[in-house]
Ligand binder design. Sequence first.
Ligand SMILES: [Zn+2]
Length: 91
Amino acid sequence: MSASEEPRDLHVIDIFMMSVKCGNCDTYQTVVGFKKLPDKNVYTYECENDSCDPNVTRTIVEVPREVDNSTRRAEELPYYSAEEEPELPPE
Ligand SMILES: [Zn+2]
């Protein structure tokens, strides 16, 4: 992505306004994890059905913190842990 926009042209990203679709089963994935890293927020998406193995089709979306408009809402989700771990804990 280009970072050459003008300063006043501030872009924000609301991950709750976008859809993540699985390329394998062709259904929408849902957010199952949220983690804050020093420079970015990491959202984890998985298929909700039994067709896909989450270990294969899991999607990781990284959003730079300065443009992430979803942090507050994501923190209210039940799966959010205040711990800031570098890796996802194993299931
Ligand atoms: Zn799938």
